[in-house]
Ligand binder design. Structure first.
Ligand SMILES: C[S@@+](CC[C@H](N)C(=O)[O-])C[C@H]1O[C@@H](n2cnc3c(N)ncnc32)[C@H](O)[C@@H]1O
Length: 285
């Protein structure tokens, strides 16, 4: 069965314009106003998972951030920075006045001036060419791929770039992308990789989990904890989300009912790794 998230997506605000600009100022301003925080709340957990993944080899894993946008997950992982803090950087009147070109130059120096405390190397994939260009130009991503794998094939060059991926991660992207995108990525990568997905609770994960299972990956959802993505933009978005959750039989009480989108943490990895880790905090789907 193919996933069709379009009815759920119709109930979500559209931000396409801020994803496709030459720099992330509007992204931080618009999503920051909605208290977008998933990169920040995901980061400590992502760090633990990356450390666990690295323990087998002792090497820094290569993370492919799917729907990476301007490379914000790489920024908050690799440097002692937060989405909230970066938002304030770009909200300054002086920062709003400069050209994108100047901003890229300043940001390249800005990121280079911080110690890299990351436990991984980052590459990224996004359908937005300007966002990928920014993220690679300022040094957040080692390499970037511009592609919409919902609609197009993975090019040979892109396949070569993602071949070294050890971990795929995504925040705020599943819903825009489905198992179609992941299948194409998995065709080009090693079957021992791990997939860290932060997924809004209104998007069913079954088709993705089934796709991963066909490649020998076991999918576990962290029970008893959720991760705030952002506030609802308005009453329409709030009500539509509650309706989508109700249709799925998901109880929104105390979570989305309080006015916030919540994401689940879902980890997919080879059976042997899942067994080895014993799933102290996780339960099988
Ligand atoms: C809400 S943003 C999330 C960005 C980033 N992961 C974060 O949390 O800050 C969604 C991103 O998904 C990207 N996107 C949407 N549809 C996509 C597709 N079909 N393939 C790749 N990227 C896509 C958008 O361009 C945008 O950068």
């Amino acid at each position: 069965m193919r996933t069709d998230f379009s009815p759920i997506n119709r109930s979500k605000a559209i931000f396409d314009d801020i994803y496709a600009l030459d720099d992330p100022r509007a992204y931080f301003s618009v999503l920051g106003d909605l208290d977008y925080m998933i990169p920040d709340v995901a980061e400590p957990v992502v760090r633990q998972i990356l450390t666990a993944k690295a323990s087998a080899t002792g090497l820094k894993p290569v993370v492919l951030d799917v729907g990476c946008s301007y490379g914000i997950n790489a920024a908050v992982h690799r440097f002692p920075l937060t989405f909230g803090g970066l938002r304030h950087r770009y909200a300054r009147r002086e920062m709003r006045a400069i050209s994108s070109e100047t901003l890229v130059h300043l940001d390249r120096n800005f990121y280079a001036a911080w110690p890299d405390v990351g436990s991984a190397r980052f590459i990224g994939l996004d359908m937005s060419a300007p966002a990928i260009s920014y993220a690679t130009d300022v040094g957040l991503l080692e390499q970037g791929i511009v592609a919409d794998l919902e609609k197009e094939a993975l090019s040979t060059d892109s396949a070569r770039i993602i071949r070294s991926t050890d971990v795929i991660m995504s925040t705020g992207c599943i819903g825009y992308v489905t198992e179609k995108t992941f299948s194409k990525i998995l065709d080009a990568t090693d079957e021992r990789l791990w997939i860290i997905s932060f997924v809004l609770r209104m998007f069913p994960f079954d088709s993705l989990a089934a796709t991963f299972a066909r490649r020998g990956l076991v999918t576990e959802r962290l029970a008893g904890a959720t991760f705030i993505q952002r506030r609802f933009r308005d009453a329409d978005e709030f009500e539509s989300c509650l309706a989508s959750l109700a249709a799925l039989g998901v109880d929104a009480t105390g979570l989305e009912s309080e006015g916030l989108f919540h994401a689940d943490l879902i980890l997919s990895r080879p059976e042997a790794d899942a067994r080895h880790a014993s799933g102290r905090n996780c339960h099988r789907r």
